[in-house]
Design a protein around this ligand. Structure first.
Ligand SMILES: *Cc1c(COP(=O)(O)O)cnc(C)c1O
Length: 361
């Protein structure tokens, strides 16, 4: 299988040379003071980059982003809660399914694909006794980036415990847990962290930690009480994906050395802007007017989105991100996360222009 294509998907994405080099090393034994120190350093950097309060905690779950979404729902909510879920695509739908599976009472705000969340959508849910709120800050499946201030204000007014899936937007768009009064933030190793898939991360406020410790979760792997306890000394109850954690550590240190989270968000924003300006003459429409820096979702006017994905893959050695389901032929996405440059954007746009010349788009 070829792996050396230019990758504009939304995960796994391209890794830096530093991260790749670690992937080439032996995986070390981890019940050591050295590995604990590395874990604690990761925790501190993640908390800082997420704008979390000092007494917040970070947990590393060996499992993709969905594992942390499920762990969050199981550990911070109970059947006594009443949770509002924003369902604007396949990731919002995943939270709906998780509430169903774990018998958490919920209502969902069902948006059209590509539709952004407005104050009007929330009106009907004011003062209705909601205790929790689940949202994917960036609904990666459609590219819609939600207005978190709106959500935060609603949660503050209504006393809702806010859980944010920031899996694809952490490090790509501004986010501050403390300012938003968000209690849980979730991200994953293969999105803007630009590492291999396999680890997801939860940043938990002190209130979230208290909920976890008071909850009675029927699971061995996903009951987070032990993970919190072990984490105090930089360890995990079970063997973590040690190699990926070492890569995450290197990547976090790299971001810190390059100016921290604000610089990384600015770099990603500039890359997204560069791409969007370079495609202005191509026959594509933006699928939403509320975009994240992480992704541009596009509707091709004259061609099948899926065929564009296939042609770029097979004839130009470039991966863009196809859509599934109803949007398969009408929408494709171009990611701006991972180790990409403006020159890479030019390579992609040149390929698209060549396809236009050939009458393919
Ligand atoms: C990628 C992603 C996920 C998690 O997907 P996994 O395949 O489980 O890693 C969840 N939510 C959003 C918004 C995502 O972009």
């Amino acid at each position: 299988m070829e792996t050396n294509k230019l990758n504009f998907t939304v995960g796994p994405v391209m890794s830096s040379d530093l991260v790749l080099a670690i992937g080439n090393e032996q995986v070390p034994y981890f019940r050591t003071a050295e590995f604990s120190e590395l874990m604690l350093e990761c925790e501190a950097l993640l908390k800082r980059f997420a704008g979390a309060e000092d007494n917040a905690r970070s947990l590393f779950i060996t499992g993709s982003g969905t594992a942390s979404m499920e762990a969050a729902v199981m550990n911070v909510f109970t059947p006594k809660d009443k949770v509002l879920v924003v369902n604007g695509g396949s990731f919002g739908h995943r939270f709906v399914e998780l509430c169903q599976i774990h018998e958490i009472p919920y209502s969902s705000i069902d948006l059209e694909f590509g539709e952004s969340l407005t104050a009007k959508h929330l009106e009907a849910y004011e003062n209705q006794g909601f205790t929790g709120f689940l949202i994917n800050k960036h609904e990666t499946s459609t590219g819609v980036h939600y207005d978190m201030q709106l959500v935060s204000d609603f949660c503050k007014r209504n006393g809702c415990f806010l859980v944010v899936d920031a899996i694809s937007s952490f490090l790509a768009d501004p986010f501050n847990m403390s300012e938003l009064d968000a209690q849980v933030m979730i991200t994953g190793s293969q999105k803007a962290l630009a590492c291999p898939p396999g680890i997801s991360i939860m940043v938990l406020s002190a209130k979230a930690v208290a909920r976890i410790n008071n909850n009675n979760v029927k699971s061995m792997y996903f009951d987070l009480k032990d993970a919190l306890k072990n984490g105090e000394r930089g360890q995990t109850p079970f063997t973590p994906a040690v190699g990926i954690i070492r890569q995450i550590h290197a990547r976090l240190k790299e971001i810190e050395a390059n100016g921290g989270v604000d610089a990384e968000v600015a770099r990603t924003a500039a890359l997204a802007k560069d791409f969007r300006s370079k495609i202005s003459s191509l026959p594509f429409e933006l699928f939403t007017d509320s975009l994240s820096n992480a992704v541009t979702s596009l509707h091709p006017i004259n061609a099948s989105a899926h065929q564009i994905f296939l042609t770029l893959k097979d004839e130009y050695d470039i991966w863009i991100c196809p859509n599934g389901g109803e949007l398969k032929d009408s929408v494709f996405r171009v990611g701006h996360i991972g180790c990409l440059t403006p020159e890479d954007n030019t390579t992609l746009v040149d390929a698209m222009k060549d396809m236009q010349r050939r009458g393919l788009i």
